[in-house]
Ligand binder design. Structure first.
Ligand code: GLN
Length: 189
């Protein structure tokens, strides 16, 4: 299995590190030809306005959308979640627009814009999942067909829809492999 990691900006090396620990090969993606032959794509956290601009200037918007529509699985974390959402509250910012959700950027406000907390994520088993939130979004609306996998207090922070999985937090910044394994074993395969 070969997983592409969008490497325009943000925490792409950390995703490669975790995927490597899961025994999966990775490839940094910066140009359309590098998408050839990958089994899935990861869109990391970072700054979604920057990632959006870079996706356009590297001519990656259409090829990623086309591959996603042909069934390529995608895992987006934090800014990656924002990039996959069809709607961003109070914003016209362009996204790849693949998941039927609305998100609010920087939703946790300034004073608590970074925090860690234990989440209950039933699909990962009973043990609590230590989640790291950094100027994180949360999901404000989900359409039918979207599976809510985790909430933080009562805000939705992890969902899947078909072959797409997103988290508002950063699984690549922990030593817990369960979220990446879930993607590999339940969404990609
Ligand atoms: N606040 C960033 C954004 O809106 C996301 C932060 C992150 O990816 N850690 O794009």
């Amino acid at each position: 299995m070969l997983i592409g990691v969008l490497a325009l900006q943000g925490a792409f090396r950390e995703h490669q590190y975790i995927l490597d620990k899961c025994g999966v090969s990775t490839r940094q993606i910066r140009k359309p030809s590098e998408l050839d032959g990958i089994d899935a794509l990861v869109i990391p956290g970072g700054e979604s306005t920057t990632i959006s601009k870079l996706i356009n200037s590297f001519n990656l918007m259409k090829p990623i959308k086309d591959l996603a529509n042909q069934g390529m699985p995608i895992f987006g974390t934090c800014a990656g979640l924002i990039m996959l959402a069809k709607h961003i509250r109070n914003s016209q910012q362009e996204t790849i627009a693949l998941i039927d959700i609305e998100v609010e950027r920087n939703a946790y406000g300034r004073q608590v814009d970074s925090f860690e907390t234990d989440l209950d994520i039933p699909v990962l088993g009973e043990e609590p999942y230590r989640a790291i939130f950094i100027r994180a979004p949360y999901i404000t609306e989900v359409s039918k067909g979207v599976n809510v996998l985790a909430r933080c207090v009562n805000k939705i922070v992890c969902v899947s829809q078909g072959r797409f999985l997103v988290t508002a937090f950063h699984p690549e910044l922990t030593n817990d492999l369960r979220m990446h394994r879930y993607f590999i074993e339940n969404i990609v395969k």
